[in-house]
Design a protein around this ligand. Sequence first.
Ligand code: SF4
Length: 286
Amino acid sequence: MAKGAGFCYGVKRAVETTKKIKIDNPEKKVWVLGELIHNSQVIQELERMGIMTVNELPEKETGICIVRSHGMPAVQIREAEEKGFEVVDLTCLDVKKVQQKAVELAKDGYLVLILGKPEHPEVIAIEANAKMYSDSVIVIPNIEKLKEQEELLKSHGKTGIVIQTTQKAEFLNKVCEYVLPFSKELKIFNTICKSTSMRQDEAKKLALESDLMIVVGSKKSANTTHLAELVSLITKTIHIETKDDIQKYRHEILQAGNIGISAGASTPDYIINDVIKEIEKIEERT
Ligand code: SF4
């Protein structure tokens, strides 16, 4: 098992605080705008406690509105307050730092490049907040998209870079290498969070001594997907969501001498433990 697998401190804080808010306020309705974390088992558990996940806050309702660890555009937070909801902001402090850096760059007149997935809630909030101060804000999901911005990079000359907290350092390096020749001034903030870089380093280390790596976590989770991509460059890798997926890989598991396990930041311990027990069952039966 790789060190640092499973819940990171930002996710842990979001899940534990949300549950505590509901326990302390049984008479109030608790709403989360968007999934609190990318894990359907945890979302179902919250629903059983009466904590509702919604895409929009319902009209004619009140209660507590939770801002999830990925953050939310400032304008949406204001709207929730204006509708009369009591807002509890559980944006991870590392995500807040990226938002602040992007805003600083936008205010200082840089062409702001946000490296990450345009449809990811963390990136949507970073982009929306920076765009309040400048139109020169672009989300870059890959090097091909960056190459389409060559003329803009040349004409602007002053470029600032931030990166989604759960991206890979390799992506940041490639972007910096590409942008440097076009820049008169380049400001780079490596905003990949410590928890993500540590998780990735430990998983890579374990992959070096494993015949098979099993990465556990939601396919919607950016950090879990990146983790699986990284270790797949080193050894045979399977990405599963829960123990129910294990039987499909029975053959690979029996073939492997050493099996390494890691998990994304939104994967609870009990899901990881269930996966381990399921693997042990396969080995016992044989
Ligand atoms: S992965 Fe990093 S940025 Fe995201 S919630 Fe966890 S600690 Fe915060």
